[in-house]
Design a protein around this ligand. Sequence first.
Ligand code: PEP
Ligand code: MN
Length: 352
Amino acid sequence: MMIIMKANATPQQTEAVIAQIKEMGLAVHLSQGVEATIIGAIGETHNIPTERFESFDGVELVQRITQPYKLASRQFHPEDSLIPVDGFNVGGNEIAVIAGPCSVESRSQIIETAIAVKEAGACALRGGVFKPRTSPYAFQGLGEEGLELLAEAREKTGLPIVVEIMSQVQLDMMLKYVDVFQVGARNMQNFNLLRALGETRTPVLLKRGLSASVEELLMSAEYILAGGNQRVMLCERGIRTFETSTRNTTDINSIPVLKNLTHLPVILDPSHSTGHANYVAAVARAAIAAGADGIIVEVHPDPAKAVSDGKQSLKPEAFAAMVKQVGQIAQIMGRGVASVQGQYSPVKQGWA
Ligand code: PEP
Ligand code: MN
């Protein structure tokens, strides 16, 4: 239930409503936007009549949130949420270009990739160190050693790092390194993991499950938000359909659908959604044209030798060309491309 306060409501009037909500055993979520103060009463509210709050001084309107997700809904939070990541925001006017290898493989591989994607215009570095592989015999990731390498790449380039977490048992160790936690498609409904991430204040990039509906994705986001972590970005990464010419089917529709239903930023992953390097740039352009707040793209210095997802990984040159095109589409949409304040020195051939 949302209680929308009058524009001239006093802080005392807002406090009185909050006290009443707490007395009823409900959680309070306060959203103080430019236009209005909205107080969310979260919990079992279906038996509480709206009149219960309508008589309070300073109350403009009491409304039920009709969707099963509350904190994630645009009804509750009409303005776009900005998610602060080191040096830039996701969800604002500038689109985020996140890039890097599927897996961190070696020091030279991650440093070389980080420098290349930074030069091409990326604002964050991705790299997996715990890999959710279909086969238990496939490469599972470098673990903490991979995080050390990512931290070194961050130091060299200034790029914040986006890393997948597979279980809450990895959380304490990973918190020391990670700027943005990625929750992979296979863990979208790992509710214990979502709850644990809800207790942190580290931004989370939540990927859509392989066969999950938009509503299920939003319900998973709700788990993180309900824990108190408001820094959630959603990621469309393709869904399973009968089509076999691509690895997954990019649900471009989900971008405007999500932008309508939620205030959370929406990122598209053209690498996993197509599965082929040749199709990545086209789908990345489409994503920005459809209103996505960014893209997350797999890049590898030598895709043929990649230990995972080489087929869908772009070479640095192809990535650089794609960033230019994406920038042009962003411009048509009245947007720019986010960048971090790196201090790359061409003379030193490295990032200071
Ligand atoms: C990945 O980002 O490398 C990955 C495993 O993605 P997804 O969870 O979307 O399959
Ligand atoms: Mn991958």
